[in-house]
Design a protein around this ligand. Structure first.
Ligand SMILES: O=P(O)(O)OC[C@H]1O[C@H](O)[C@H](O)[C@@H](O)[C@@H]1O
Length: 545
């Protein structure tokens, strides 16, 4: 990797100059100059139609961005990822999640060994377990069928399963209910268990490391709840607890049968693990066949990402556009707005994927960056957001590029609901891009004093992702699309998109503070006066209750 700053790279400099030249351009003008812009700046691949014409770009911008990707060695970085190289340099690990969705006969080597047979070995065990649970062959300790599955996990061991369960609940036969517990706040577990019968409940303890404080605490409390409900029968644990983890020893230490552990590998990052055994709850909900369709969707996007020329490559284009706004147009945030109720947890899932991956301030060799990385991703499903925060996107002082996600066919056809939904998403993108001029507002007979308030300056960018229908396969494609968009951005920024050192310090300090909450003496001198005062106040208030 080159030692010179990315900002000194000719392609970056060219983009800087170019960004000044295009800063005065309006989407109205760009569309007027190219009557078919909406068709020219659109690409369809792997069943996803991406209309990126409503972005503040010209053909020159796109050419320069592609040049930047090429100059940044993106091709080689992609090959390094697919080749199992240790691209997660700070943890000295590969990031080989693409192997999780490889077909049975594929060969993907890690440290000289083909990992695909192992991946399918675990998938087959998951499928067998899921089927037994779904058809009632798997019984609880007292001989009853399992009616509720509770996934206990946090971060990547929660957000993926929780999002995928919601996203694909149309494909679940609903014979088994699902709950997801992540927060160490006791309310999360208490509310999840409130109306459950321990004899009919199965816990999946999902944790890559099996050391995460929140998950281990919730798992221990769940175990105590189960034993209390089943008259302390220790043997019940084997029928009511399974684990998904890379840490076989810790799983055994918890008392979970080794046959009930579904493993994965250190080359799967937490936020890239939804398609590993971490997806066990998803597989139980939708069945193994649908889960395999989900994996196939991922695989189709992987192949597209690896083989398509950058200028027609969905994840590369989306990554480059995000980078363009972030580094050249001063954008801080990107909104993800799915017009599909089943995707209501998708923005939350993407927050970890995007921000834990690219929220970094040093390059792979430890140099502090002198450009912006990782924009903030956030969002809510449409149309709800329209009646809430869209005001700021339309008329505020900040530029917020939007990713709209919509499906042509509804899963729950109901009167004209779907036409209305789609009319709204198309209208939002149109309104953001073209706005409403002062002249138009006046032409409507608006009183003078209200004219400025009713003007929409427009020129607010968006992508439109249009898919046929929300199927397991489509979800796999969408997730992989964002995974590779994040990868594209990280590769150009030269950062490690696969580590997450930023979460460590808080964990360490919490471990130090926890015992201090219980002692009577002064809090440790090592804290600052604010932390000490908070500890004292907490002790006093808690004690007074
Ligand atoms: O799966 P686990 O080992 O329990 O980790 C759960 C989560 O916690 C960590 O602190 C990381 O921030 C996440 O990337 C990870 O997904």
């Amino acid at each position: 990797m080159s030692k010179t700053s990315l900002r000194d790279c000719p392609a970056w400099r060219a983009l800087e100059t170019h960004s000044r030249a295009v800063s005065g351009l309006h989407l109205r003008q760009l569309f007027a100059e190219d009557r078919a812009r909406g068709e020219h700046l659109a690409v369809e691949a792997a069943g996803i139609y991406l209309d990126y014409s409503k972005n503040r770009v010209t053909r020159e911008t796109l050419g320069l961005l592609v040049r930047l990707a090429e100059a940044s060695g993106l091709h080689d970085r992609i090959e390094a990822m697919f080749g199992g190289d240790r691209i997660n340099v700070t943890e000295d690990r590969a990031a080989l999640h693409v192997a999780l969705r490889a077909p049975r006969d594929a060969v993907i080597e890690h440290e000289g060994r083909n990992v695909v047979p192992e991946v399918h070995g675990v998938l087959d065990r998951m499928a067998d377990f899921a089927e037994r649970l779904r058809d009632g062959r798997w019984k609880g300790h007292t001989g009853k069928r399992i009616r509720t599955v509770v996934n206990i996990g946090i971060g990547g061991s929660d957000l993926g399963p929780a999002m995928a369960y919601e996203a694909l609940s149309h494909y679940s036969d609903r014979a088994i209910a699902f709950r997801f517990v992540s927060n160490v706040d006791g309310t999360d577990l208490a509310e999840a268990l409130r109306d459950l019968d321990p004899a009919e409940t199965l816990f999946i303890v999902s944790s890559k490391t099996f050391t995460t404080q929140e998950t281990m605490t919730n798992a221990q409390s769940a175990r105590a709840w189960l034993l209390a409900g089943l008259q302390g029968a220790e043997a019940a644990v084997a029928r009511h607890f399974v684990a998904v983890s890379t840490n076989a020893e810790a799983v055994a230490g918890f008392g979970i049968d080794r046959d009930n552990r579904f493993g994965f590998w250190d080359w799967v990052g937490g936020r890239y693990s939804l398609d590993s055994a971490i997806g066990l709850s998803t597989m139980i909900a939708i069945g193994p066949e649908n889960f395999r369709a989900l994996l196939d969707g991922f695989r189709q996007m992987d192949e597209h990402f690896r083989s398509a020329p950058f200028a027609r490559n969905l994840p590369v284009l989306m990554g480059l556009l995000a980078l363009w706004y972030c580094d050249f147009l001063g954008v801080q945030t990107i909104a993800v707005l799915p017009y599909e109720q089943y995707l209501k947890r998708f923005p939350a899932y993407l927050q970890q994927l995007t921000m834990e991956s690219n929220g970094k301030h040093v390059t792979l060799d430890g140099t502090t960056v002198d450009y912006d990385t990782g924009p903030i991703y956030w969002g809510e499903p449409g149309t709800n957001g329209q009646h809430s925060f869209y005001q700021l996107i339309h008329q505020g002082t900040r530029l917020v590029p939007c990713d709209f996600i919509a499906f042509a066919r509804p899963l729950n056809p109901l009167g004209r609901h779907h036409d209305m939904l789609l009319a709204n998403v198309f209208a939002q993108a149109e309104a953001l891009a073209f706005g409403k001029t002062e002249e138009q507002v006046r032409g409507e007979g608006t009183p003078d004093r209200l004219v400025p308030h009713r003007v929409f300056e427009g020129n607010r960018p968006s992508n439109m992702l249009l898919l046929d229908e929300l199927t397991p396969e489509a979800l796999g494609k969408l997730v992989a699309l964002y995974e590779h968009s994040v990868f594209t951005q990280g590769a150009i920024w030269r950062i490690d998109s696969f580590d997450q050192w930023g979460v460590e310090l808080g964990k360490v300090l919490a471990r130090r503070i926890l015992p201090e909450l219980d002692c009577a003496g002064e809090p440790e001198l090592g804290h600052d006066s604010s932390t000490n005062a908070l500890i004292r106040r907490y002790r006093a208030t808690r004690g007074a209750a």
